[in-house]
Design a protein. Structure first.
Length: 480
């Protein structure tokens, strides 16, 4: 290694490989650095915003896990249908996210195919999605019948996260995880099979006007990635409270979806605010912890999305005066880093104080493994650092992408009078076995005081070679 290993430059994905294969840190990091991902796009599918979101999410997550590079086979001058400042083409957005549009020699470690089409190699994963649904299937078998429903970004974000999770787990030997059958999820009806016609969801007519984000790390950035790709007609009419007291560390970019390596040292609030404001949103920042002194007042948002992992903060989520809180947490070890639990409060069968009792504030620290000790052997006074690194959570951007889509999906269901999840428990490696508890009354008035703004979805839709495509998209594609 060229520099001493520290808490700020420790790549947590490498820790998963260390634990699984019992290899040194340098070797684990070397494997990550060599991984390469190939993305192949069905051109007709890219006439849909959902598939464009799947592409950008796959590139974003792929670049933070397949560190050898992400190579994209993409039609030239494809118009971008998503809000992306500074460009009108999808290719430029791919390049901004670090993807490569040129080909590459040699074998790839994984391939993701976006959209239906002919059979592909046995090691490839096919993505299928629409606005409310996202899933994957083996690419070497006939594509299942999947007629896209409403078209917006959210289902594509979910599908992109699932695809990279499958590709990464298989390429790194973390699990035999190429799907042997179609697997996915509806963000409109998470209780149903994603291929059920009732799961396709309604037209997206409204988007949240004001939201409060508690924590802007791994999950907080994932929530905002999904939100920032939604079709706000006038983003300047929407505003978001951003709460976090921490600064970006160099290693954070592997797990985050918004921060970059060059953002190290900046406050997370300011990095995220810059990203949102470039998309036309209004932001307010507060750089202090969420604690017993945090209380919403006046016209501040009545709905919060929480992405902090401290039980002490989570226990207070019902105390600040929010009408709705959507909270999500993920696992921390190699065995469960892709497992997530989503809760909503208040008014559900369990209070936040019951879910996270004070006893959970005491964290049992693991003793440093020999591999961690070995990685620090040439550094002085490494005992505390070894314990710190050993107890760092394994975190991955693709897990955040999937979790972010589910959390934002909960807010969108609230706006459209859909079902309410008190609890959603998902292991991405076994998505079909998810558990959930639905609130008996569904959503009623939880979003009333926070307000909504109109979406920018086009109205009429036309049939285009097997895809239902909004007519303005067809015109844009033809004009190019």
């Amino acid at each position: 290694m060229n520099e001493p290993l520290t808490e700020n430059n420790f790549v947590r994905l490498a820790k998963a490989l260390m634990d699984k294969h019992q290899i040194p840190y340098e070797q684990a990091l070397g494997r990550l650095t060599a991984l390469r991902l190939h993305i192949v796009c069905n051109q007709e599918s890219l006439n849909l915003a959902a598939y464009q979101a799947a592409l950008l999410t796959t590139v974003n997550c792929g670049g933070r896990s397949f560190l050898g590079g992400v190579h994209v086979c993409l039609p030239n001058n494809m118009p971008i249908l998503l809000p992306w400042p500074g460009t009108t083409t999808l290719g430029k957005a791919v390049l901004e996210l670090g993807g490569k549009l040129e080909g590459a020699e040699g074998d790839f470690d994984a391939t993701v195919v976006l959209g239906p089409g002919t059979r592909f190699s046995p090691k490839a994963i096919r993505v299928l999605c629409d606005g409310w649904r996202g899933g994957v299937q083996p690419a070497d078998v006939e594509t299942i019948v999947f007629v896209p429903g409403e078209d917006f970004a959210l289902g594509g974000v979910l599908a992109g996260g699932l695809a990279v999770e499958c590709a990464f787990a298989n390429a790194c030997g973390l699990a035999k995880h190429l799907p042997d059958q179609p697997t996915g999820m509806s963000l409109w009806r998470p209780d149903l099979n994603w291929l059920d016609e009732k799961s396709s969801g309604p037209r997206l007519s409204s988007l949240p006007k004001r939201l409060w984000f508690i924590g802007l790390g791994h999950l907080g950035q994932a929530y905002l990635w999904s939100l920032g790709l939604l079709p706000y007609h006038s983003p300047s009419n929407a505003g978001f409270m951003l709460q976090d007291f921490d600064r970006v560390a160099r290693a954070n970019w592997v797990a985050g979806l918004i921060c970059r390596e060059q953002d190290a040292g900046e406050y997370k609030t300011r990095v995220v605010a810059r990203w949102l404001e470039a998309r036309g949103f209004n932001t307010t920042i507060t750089e202090r912890p969420y604690d017993e002194h945090t209380v919403r007042t006046g016209e501040e948002p009545f709905v919060a999305l929480c992405g902090v992992d401290a039980a002490a903060a989570r226990r207070l989520l019902e105390n600040a005066g929010f009408d709705l809180v959507v909270e999500c947490g993920v696992g921390s070890s190699m065995a469960d880093f892709d497992r997530l639990k989503l809760h909503t409060f208040p008014g559900t069968s369990k209070k936040a104080a019951d879910v996270w009792p004070a006893a959970q504030d005491v964290i049992q620290l693991r003793e440093p493994s020999p591999l961690i000790v070995e990685a620090l052997k040439d550094q002085e006074d490494c005992g505390v650092l070894a314990s710190t690194l050993e107890n760092k959570a394994v975190s991955a951007s693709f897990v955040g992408a999937a979790a972010g889509a589910m959390a934002v999906g909960e807010v969108l269901r609230a706006l459209h009078g859909g079902c309410r999840c008190e609890l959603l428990h998902v292991h991405l490696r076994a998505l079909q076995n998810r558990g959930l508890a639905l609130h008996g009354n569904g959503y009623k008035a939880e979003m009333a005081r926070t307000g909504f703004v109109s979406s920018d979805l086009p109205g009429p839709r036309v049939r285009l070679d097997g895809f239902y495509v909004p007519s303005q998209y067809t015109l844009m594609e033809a004009a190019s």
